[in-house]
Design a protein around this ligand. Structure first.
Ligand code: NAD
Ligand code: UDP
Length: 336
């Protein structure tokens, strides 16, 4: 059977997707340099699925390794999660982000083409839209990212659009994720940020276990109903399912670009309330000034994903919070 190469498959979204791929009978190989993940996740994936995972520790920028990986296996698809994703860090170290996310992707695509593998799913992001004025993003919303991280995602999207024009045999899905949260229902795999979390949900779960003192709410003076920022949070299990749906849809469509979101925005205060309800733990918080670069509100129009992928998010914020909490409570130190 042909295999799927999953770059970044040891990471948060990758690991959940790998579990679903294995459970649906796909054969996979993970390539990950563990720069933002732990080897421990591989054993957990194996425990959850009852299947052995082929794991290669290495970097997508290592051409010799990537070439050898394509030579040693027969892949029919690549799912490309590998990348750096911290917006603040991308502004401080732009070259690190262009090198890892853009140069790394180019090496991967060159070796993929050399091996005649012609199907790819790429992890793009809602950050490619930037600050377009409207708050409900369709796939037609203009692309104008406002930070380095977002620009790396748009550059890779542009590269893939050009590559496909030149090579019509390619089948490419660009999936623009909104705000992934939640964890596998078992509590065995989940989001495991190194250092202080940047994102709301992992910060909140760390406050709940006492690893952080209190949550800083970045601004309550936005023009939103309760003054805090609104985002489209999506359960990572729904997101993972979107990749399986995209694989299937690529059989009928050579070129797919879709938002993966729920279409329902929630505020920071909504999330605190839902998390307290799901966990039974009170979250101490302090309202502080707005975080630089944050937008007031945005969310996905998920209509196209439903039409093209036959996919829509199923899990609501109570499940997102309950699953994030189970993972954090059972694994206060992550995979270590
Ligand atoms: P993650 O950091 O948990 O996973 C990324 C994985 O890629 C990590 O395991 C890391 O070790 C690996 N990696 C990074 N650079 C690599 C390289 N050069 N070679 C090999 N492996 C490398 O992040 P995630 O949340 O699972 O995100 C997966 C993808 O989705 C990323 O491309 C990210 O930019 C994108 N994305 C994430 C979000 C989000 O909020 N989590 C939103 C939109 C898009
Ligand atoms: N946020 C917050 N405190 C935190 C982290 C995030 O108030 O410690 C807010 C942030 O201002 C935004 C929302 O929570 O309105 C989601 O932020 P996150 O960093 O999770 O995702 P983003 O949409 O910025 O990528």
């Amino acid at each position: 059977m042909k295999k799927i190469l999953v770059t970044g498959g040891a990471g948060y979204i990758g690991s959940h997707t790998v579990v679903q791929l294995l459970n649906s009978g796909k054969d996979i190989v993970i390539l990950d340099n563990l720069s933002n993940s732990s080897l421990g996740v591989i054993k957990r994936i194996e425990d959850l699925t009852g299947k052995a995972v082929e794991f290669i520790e290495g970097d997508i920028r290592d051409r010799a390794l990537v070439r050898a990986t394509f030579e040693q296996h027969t892949f029919d698809s690549v799912i490309h999660f590998a990348g750096l994703k911290a917006v603040g860090e991308s502004e401080a170290f732009p070259l690190r982000y262009f090198d890892n996310n853009v140069s790394g992707s180019i090496v991967l695509f060159e070796e993929m083409m050399r091996a005649n593998v012609n199907q790819l799913i790429f992890s793009s992001s809602a950050t490619v839209y930037g600050n377009p004025g409207s708050v409900c993003y369709t796939e037609e919303t203009p692309l104008s990212p406002i930070n380095v991280y977002g620009r790396t995602k748009l550059m890779v999207e542009d590269i893939l659009r050009d590559l496909q024009k030149a090579n019509p045999a390619l089948r490419i899905a660009l999936l623009r994720y909104f705000n992934p949260v939640g964890a596998h229902e078992s509590g065995r795999i989940g989001e495991n940020p190194f250092g202080k979390p940047n994102n709301l949900m992992p910060f909140m779960t760390q406050v709940a276990i006492g690893a952080q003192e209190k949550l800083m709410v970045y601004g309550n003076d936005y023009p939103t109903p309760d003054g805090t920022g609104l985002r489209d949070y999506i359960h990572v299990e729904d997101l993972a399912a979107g990749h399986l749906a995209a694989l299937k849809a690529l059989e009928q469509n050579a070129s797919i670009t879709v938002n993966l979101g729920t279409g329902k925005p929630y505020s920071v205060f909504d999330m605190i309330k839902a998390f307290e309800g799901a966990s039974g733990v009170k979250i101490p918080y302090e309202v502080v000034t707005r975080r630089a670069g944050d937008l007031s509100e945005y969310y996905a129009d998920p209509t196209l994903a439903k039409k093209v992928l036959g996919w829509e998010a199923q899990l609501g914020i109570d499940r997102m919070c309950a699953d994030s909490w189970r993972w954090q409570k059972n694994n206060p130190k992550g995979y270590s």
